[in-house]
Design a protein around this ligand. Sequence first.
Ligand SMILES: [Zn+2]
Length: 476
Amino acid sequence: MDKYEVVIGLEVHLELRTETKIFCPCPTTFGDEPNTHVCPVCLGLPGVLPVLNKRALEFAVLTGLALNCDINSHSKFDRKNYFYPDLPKAYQISQYDFPVAKQGHLSMQTNGETRVIGINRVHLEEDAGKLIHSEDGLYSLVDYNRTGVPLVEIVSEPDIRSAEEARVFLEALKRILLYTRVSDCKMEEGSLRCDANISIRLKGETELGTKTELKNMNSFKAVQKGLEFEVERQIERLERGERIIQETLRWDEGSAETISMRSKEEAHDYRYFPEPDLVPMEIGTQIVEEVKKRLPELPQEKKERFVIQYGLPEYDAEVLTSTREMADFFEDCVKGFPEPKIVSNWVMGEMSRHMNAAGLDFCNNKVLPEHLVEMLEMLQQGRISGKMAKDIFAEMFSSGKKAEQVVAEKGLEQISDQGVLEGIVEEVIKNNPGPVADYRAKKKKALGYLVGQAMKATRGSANPQMVNAILRDKLK
Ligand SMILES: [Zn+2]
């Protein structure tokens, strides 16, 4: 309703792509047998000491830089008390008052306008294990493989004004994070998870309303749906004169509603205190400068550059820069075949179509940039027709063969030899006296028929433009 303003802040948990856990040398691989990647440190046995994984810290700094944050030169870890069996220490090592990075922002496009969403903080913490509840509800199992996997938590400012904006923010964030390669961002494997804080206030009001926290949304679409539901629910309550209760809610995909889990904790419920087993970190300018060198050109800058450097339409630039791999593929092709729009059409068209159908991406399909370049050159030289190119590409895509090889094996090469085509055309004229007479009687349609006959005689491999020109010439 128009008199209310929606206020949403997001918390995104991201598993970092390190090989080992944050405080011990256990591997972080996903999907192995339960409790096979554990040691005394991540099981929280008495007497053990955590040792910080340097790579996890570098990834957190990189994440902060990609989100335009200030890196805290002084940062430290804290214990967050937490009594669930998925963290056997009964506390989580996290960061409270000195996160790795703070005060950043992310710009995104929505409904044709640029919106800048503040990033409150980026901090490091350890992931919890995974609880598996039995169907009869009689017991629960716990898998500690995930315990101690490094996470960054990215907390936005409450700058998001609708459920749709929340989805757009997450998509833009994921694109940036994938560019930095700090995480695989697989929501279905839990390496990217999102919670939302949401409240409603009257327009013009400056104080925040009572918020609820929404959890358990397994896709960006679910985030949008969950938030839409929660906005409605809160407005209805307010309209009835009821108060909003501060609580944690779970989005239930099946019933498409939010369900209360527990009353929401406040920070003091966690009784944070400095982690005595880890020394505070001094993140010097040298580390920051070194990590900065690893910061790639990010999607927004790349998109703007593609428009200017390659003269591409905004739409093409947007699609091509949607992943770093796609953008690299495009640029590698343009190096060999400097016709950006033609390359763009092929990459966004045939290439993407085949990859989507096969469930592949730019990292694992068999067509390399030089293969596409070779095929485009053959097309440009008229050795193959546009239609043949599509067939050849399909074969290249499925077999990994090069265009030259496919052409040779299938005898697909286009006939562009003037002498050969003249012979074929003469034959067609001789065999089709009726249409020839029609053409000469100014029935232009007859020409199309004759071209068709020449194409048929060569099983589609004659160069149609040349056949057309030779026919006109000979029938003068
Ligand atoms: Zn371990």
